[in-house]
Structure formats: C-alpha cells, structure tokens
Design a protein around this ligand. Structure first.
Ligand code: V0V
Ligand code: CO
Length: 153
C-alpha cells in the first residue's frame, strides 16, 4: 500500500546553488546528501514533514554526475524542473508487482538502492500520464524515520 508522498524529485544543473535557493527562500535545510553512481546523480534531501505512516516527505534535489545519466538527458531536453514523484510503501516488491499486473511498465526487475539506503523502482512515465513515478521503501522501518538517518555530507 502506498502511504505517503515520499519525495518530489527536482532536476537542477547546480546542486549547491539550488540548495541555497531552497534554504534562503523557504528555510529548508539539507537533511541528507549523497552520490548515487548507479543512477548518475548527486542529491540533497530536504525533509519537509513527517507522515501518518511514520515516514516523511522530502524534496530531492538532483544534479547529474555524468552526461549520459537519465537526469542529464532530461535536463538537456526540458531544462530544470520537476523530474519525478515518489510514493512511499512498506513493500516496494509487492506493490510494484501488483502495479505491473495492471499493465504499467515497471522499469526494474528487482528494486535498486536509493537515497539513504532505501529500495526503489520506477514506473514508465508513458504509462503514468507523463509522470515518472518512483516507489520507495525506506531503510528505516515506519515509525523510526528520522532517528539516526542524518549524515552523508
Ligand atoms: C523521460 N520522459 C519523461 C521523463 N523522462 N516524462 C516525464 N518525466 C520524466 N522524468 C519521456 C520523454 O519525454 C519521452 O517522451 C519518453 O519518456 C522517453 O524518454 P527518453 O528521453 O527517450 O529517455 P529514455 O527512454 O532513455 O529514459 C526515460 C526513462 C529513464 C524514464 C526510462 O529516465 C529512467 O530509467 N528513469 C528512472 C531512473 C531515474 O530517473 N533516475 C534518476 C533519479 P516522448 O518524447 O517520446 O514523448 S534517481 C532517484 O530518484 C533516487 C536515487 C532516489 O529517489 O533515491
Ligand atoms: Co527519487
């Protein structure tokens, strides 16, 4: 069951500059940052609020690390902006299989590693009304999010 907006992914060309915009304009601070080589992104997670399921909602600011990455290709075509949305679930395996059974293309056979040790998969935007959609199961069990998840700067 999908129980929260886990994050909204925003593609940018200059992560440090974009982090500074969100800090100066809204007062959002970086909760966590990391490089994901497999996905070709350097990212900053800005924690916005806790959610009913014990998790949280974030903005995920994404800068490409290489020109052939999905985010670099997307920036080339569209410029900076909202790149994907992500729903949180306790069971990314079960939920992605159920969604695959409804005829929506799930991009990975097995979930891969996402931000903060989460497990993630993606649904094809062409099957989701033009919205690249991610499903996430956090590394932290529901109810424990935010305790000890800091770091990685
Ligand atoms: C592509 N399209 C999109 C889109 N990217 N539509 C909406 N939102 C997007 N972000 C459209 C594009 O306009 C084309 O439509 C069509 O899909 C095919 O796109 P393409 O440019 O030819 O690119 P592809 O097919 O090579 O790649 C598209 C997919 C790729 C979605 C397959 O971006 C992908 O594998 N994404 C999943 C991985 C990812 O995005 N990682 C970065 C975030 P027309 O022109 O044919 O109409 S990593 C992350 O979120 C992490 C680590 C985390 O949360 O923890
Ligand atoms: Co994401």
């Amino acid at each position: 069951m999908l129980t929260r907006i886990d994050h909204i992914g925003i593609a940018c060309r200059d992560l440090d500059k974009t982090v500074e915009f969100y800090r100066a304009t809204y007062g959002f601070e970086v909760f966590h940052s990391e490089v994901n080589e497999e996905q070709g992104v350097r990212e900053a997670m800005l924690r916005i609020n806790g959610t009913d399921d014990g998790g949280a909602s974030y903005l995920q600011l994404l800068e490409p690390t290489r020109p052939d990455s999905t985010v670099a290709k997307w920036l080339e075509k569209n410029g900076e902006g909202v790149h994907h949305i992500a729903f949180g679930t306790a069971d990314v395996d079960g939920d992605s299989e159920a969604i695959r059974g409804k005829g929506v293309r799930v991009l990975y056979d097995e979930p891969r590693i996402g931000s903060m040790g989460s497990r993630i998969t993606f649904l094809h935007p062409k099957d989701c009304g033009g919205v690249l959609t991610e499903l996430v199961t956090s590394a932290q069990p529901a109810g424990h999010e935010g305790h000890g998840a800091h770091g990685g700067h």
